[in-house]
Write a protein that binds this ligand. Structure first.
Ligand SMILES: Nc1nc2c(c(=O)[nH]1)N[C@H]1C(S)=C(S)[C@@H](COP(=O)(O)OP(=O)(O)OC[C@H]3O[C@@H](n4cnc5c(=O)[nH]c(N)nc54)[C@H](O)[C@@H]3O)O[C@H]1N2
Ligand SMILES: Nc1nc2c(c(=O)[nH]1)N[C@H]1C(S)=C(S)[C@@H](COP(=O)(O)OP(=O)(O)OC[C@H]3O[C@@H](n4cnc5c(=O)[nH]c(N)nc54)[C@H](O)[C@@H]3O)O[C@H]1N2
Ligand code: SF4
Ligand SMILES: [Mo]
Length: 755
């Protein structure tokens, strides 16, 4: 039997789990969670929200909208995972009484953990922390607008925004229009910390910035390559597609330094009899590369495709440019270099190439393990090169698919909330404004922090998110934000950013309604390029003083800009915002009629099912991808005595099972057997080599700080690497940054682990 006909067992010596790890991901605990919440006191409110015609709040896979809360774009029913319950449940909490803030000083609030901050409840009242005071106090809307108006009248280059992808397209569009009307391009966004390398890489290669695969197309694939992505935690319904693919005889190749139990075997409630308790096999082949080495692994796959005669040369000649150099690189890079760089053996790489080269349609999917690296754009190129070399772009059941993050993060990019604005949008916006946009390059998230640290920012508005918690080097983030005169946080829930990310003069927190509470209709865009239309709703926070996001943004813009270039107050009716979007954003033409038709749609030009690309030549451009040179500092370089017993590892920082980004819902991660947040998941051999043992409390030291009393947990992590959770771990490192996209290398942080 050849390797493609069986489940290839990993050769890497790291598949031993700890005793606390369950045998499958998903499974009964998911149902128990559902039952616990939907049958509890909050149950009726939860059900009402789940059934509301609006898109799921949580991840970018996307469900809900006009077809009801339980239907996806293919009309399939029973599509809602426990993560959506988790996120809704957090939004259904009562408002935090104003006394909580009036009686707890900022010092006391700073003692809260992320989970405690979230559990305070919903933000209910506009509040301000004034210079030299220690307590947030309630503030009138009129005073807010006065302070904000004055703050936005500063030099445009000194005014900035940051945003997170939960708000609507309408709010996103208004934010960027307000900023660009001001003459500022400083539109930092959470995607800068996330999929910016995918956007950059796909744009250069294909002239498009998002996934080219529709859900319909994914359902026709017979192989999925999933690199650096853990949908069993972060996009659970994608798991159903993998289960169905395996059922129809397809193969799944997982590339991940950690053997994630949910990617080995997953029990899905969508298939109660077949999958829930026994669990369904997910990985046909599981490769565990060294963190940060995926480019080498994909060059190896390319090399093997060529050696096995599986490269599609006719396809390359007809539909691509620059392929000769890519083929030449694969041929001339030796197997020794490839295997030494990525740590995966030649037979394993060849097995992957055989599966890819003999499948009819392969979808290549990836997420943060690929993008949060020093060479992340090369990682994206190397994946897409592999897809092209095997003829898997521009046909049914195949393509490249970044697995996106927040439920509307992609919509923010489409709406022009980016420092890398599409030329077409620039033109349409200039036509709307009747003048040129500023030519000063805007700050992305990291350069915003650097600029603020250097005293170059006066005013910042944050539409959602947690800029403080999401950034690495927490001390720098805090110091940088502390240099800004005025910060306006527009948010649904309190988070650590509101307590640590304080401005020099005025920190204002604006409580807003969420997606299912807005008094008007809104839209969002999923990672599969599908636009969903959300019905108006109502809030349970009857006695509080919240504002719809669009109402706040339009009023603020009106105060700053009057009627330039539009009647901002009229845009409080989001129907008019949608008309502006249809008029200015390519692919969104159907938005003009959506209020009449209720017709949700796939954005024009995004799904590529023919090998013709929106590039000037119509061909895809391929780029060679230098192999990374990966080394780790020595123990001594951490400034500790040479005799220190410890080990330097490549630390991956990411998500536990029960958190949404900087917001922690539960402290344990049961699928990795990690009982609390202050754990490091390590390989047993690494720990023993350093004289450490399971459950020992150790120090984990990065380049700008350390965490103490960290519990060692053994897990199926590749030797030489380890995992810890953000946002807590962000205090210890100042990362390397990928230069083309600005994204931090969160997934390869050199740290010293010692007793
Ligand atoms: N429930 C829930 N859902 C979410 C989120 C959440 O926090 N909670 N966050 C949302 C957001 S904003 C995003 S961006 C996505 C994040 O979704 P993911 O990208 O899946 O999240 P991460 O846990 O950061 O990292 C994914 C995987 O990368 C692997 N990895 C680390 N380093 C490497 C490497 O060098 N190579 C390879 N091949 N793999 C590596 C890790 O082991 C991990 O399994 O999820 C979105 N959905
Ligand atoms: N070390 C490390 N750091 C990371 C990462 C990592 O993997 N490792 N991942 C990075 C990634 S991929 C991302 S995307 C960032 C995430 O960074 P952010 O997007 O900045 O952070 P979140 O934690 O998602 O923001 C949560 C807050 O959003 C607000 N919110 C929720 N819904 C709404 C809404 O409808 N409207 C408004 N106005 N506010 C709302 C709530 O107040 C909530 O507390 O973190 C990055 N940081
Ligand atoms: S997979 Fe994502 S979009 Fe779908 S129900 Fe779960 S959290 Fe919501
Ligand atoms: Mo993200």
């Amino acid at each position: 039997m050849d390797s493609t006909q069986q489940n290839v067992q990993p050769i890497s010596p790291s598949n031993e789990k700890n005793e606390a790890t369950p045998a499958i991901g998903g499974g009964l605990p998911v149902i128990e969670y559902w039952a616990e919440h939907t049958l509890s006191l909050e149950g009726p409110k939860l059900w009402k929200t789940l059934l509301h015609n609006s898109a799921c709040l949580s991840c970018s896979w996307g469900t809900g909208g006009q077809k009801g809360g339980f239907t996806n774009e293919e009309g399939e029913k029973l599509q809602r995972c426990m993560k959506s319950v988790e996120s809704i449940s957090a939004e259904l909490k009562p408002a935090v009484p104003m006394q909580v803030f009036e009686q707890r000083s900022i010092d006391q609030l700073q003692q809260l953990t992320s989970m405690e901050a979230d559990q305070l409840g919903r933000l209910g009242y506009p509040m301000i922390l004034r210079e030299k005071t220690s307590y947030y106090e309630r503030v009138s809307w009129e005073e807010i607008y006065q302070i904000a108006e004055a703050a936005f009248r500063k030099q445009p280059e000194r005014v900035a925004s940051y945003s997170s992808g939960r708000s609507s397209n309408e709010a996103a569009f208004l934010l960027q229009l307000m900023m660009r009307t001001l003459g500022s391009n400083n539109l930092a966004d959470c995607s800068d910390l996330c999929h910016a390398p995918s956007t950059t890489g796909l744009n250069k290669m294909f002239g498009t910035r998002t996934s080219i695969v529709s859900l319909e197309n994914l359902k026709k694939a017979d192989c999925v390559v999933l690199a650096g992505s853990n949908p069993s935690y972060n996009q659970p319904r994608l798991m159903n597609e993998l289960i169905k693919l395996r059922d129809r005889g397809g193969k799944v190749i997982i590339i991940n330094p950690i053997m994630e139990i949910g990617l080995v075997k997953f029990g899905s409630p969508a298939f109660p009899v077949k999958s829930l308790i026994p669990g369904s096999e997910i990985a046909s082949l599981y490769l565990q590369p060294i963190p940060g080495s995926d480019t080498a692994l994909f060059v190896g796959i390319q090399k093997s495709l060529i050696e096995q005669g599986l490269a599609q040369e006719n396809y390359l000649c007809a539909y691509t440019e620059g392929w000769e150099a890519v083929v030449e690189q694969a041929i001339s890079t030796s197997w020794e270099t490839i295997t030494a760089t990525c740590g995966v053996s030649q037979p394993e790489i060849e097995a992957a190439a055989t599966i890819i080269g003999t499948s009819k349609g392969v979808v290549f999917a990836w997420a943060m393990g690929i993008t949060q690296q020093k060479n992340s754009v090369d990682n994206v190129y190397s994946i897409a090169n592999t897809a092209l070399l095997s003829g898997n772009v521009g046909k049914e059941g195949a393509g490249v698919m970044p697995v996106r993050g927040h439920s509307n993060v992609q919509g923010f990019g489409s709406m022009g909330v980016t420092v890398d604005l599409k030329k077409e949008i620039q033109k349409t916006l200039e036509a709307l404004l009747g003048r040129s946009l500023s030519s000063v390059k805007g700050y992305n998230t990291r350069s915003l922090i650097e600029a603020a640290d250097a005293g170059k920012v006066d005013t910042l508005i944050c539409l959602g998110g947690n800029l403080y918690g999401a950034n690495p080097d927490s001390a720098q983030a805090k110091r940088a934000l502390g240099n800004i005169d005025t910060i306006i946080y527009v948010a649904t829930k309190p988070n650590l950013g509101h307590f640590h990310g304080l401005a020099k003069v005025n920190t204002i927190v604006i409580p807003v309604l969420n997606r299912f509470e807005n008094p008007y209709k809104t839209t969002v865009e999923s990672g599969n390029n599908f636009v969903r239309f959300n019905d108006p709703g109502e809030t349970h926070l009857k006695d509080a003083d919240l504002i719809p996001e669009v109402m706040f943004l339009t009023e603020l813009a009106h105060r700053i800009h009057g009627n330039d270039p539009v009647d901002w107050r009229r845009l409080q009716d989001t129907k008019y915002v949608r008309q502006l979007i249809a008029q200015t954003i390519p692919g969104f033409e159907k938005m003009a009629a959506i209020d009449e038709t209720n017709e949700e749609f796939t954005i024009g030009g995004r799904i590529i099912s023919e090998p013709h690309f929106p590039t000037p030549s119509g061909k895809a451009t391929m780029f060679i991808t230098p192999l990374p040179t990966l080394s780790l500092p020595t123990v001594k370089e951490f400034g500790v005595p040479e005799s220190t017993q410890g080990i330097v590892v490549a630390l991956m920082t990411g998500r536990s099972y029960s958190q949404h980004n900087t917001v922690v819902y539960k402290i344990d991660d049961k699928y990795r057997g990690m009982p609390h947040r202050n754990c490091i998941l390590m390989n047993q051999s690494d720990a023993e080599q350093a004289g450490l043992h399971a459950h020992q409390r150790v120090t984990v030291q990065g380049n700008v700080g350390k965490l103490e009393q960290v519990e060692v947990i053994y897990g199926s992590v590749r030797p030489g690497s380890a995992l810890m959770f953000y946002p807590e771990v962000n205090v210890i490192f100042h990362p390397e940054i990928e230069t083309r996209s600005g994204t931090p290398a969160y997934k390869r942080v050199p740290v010293l682990v010692h007793a």
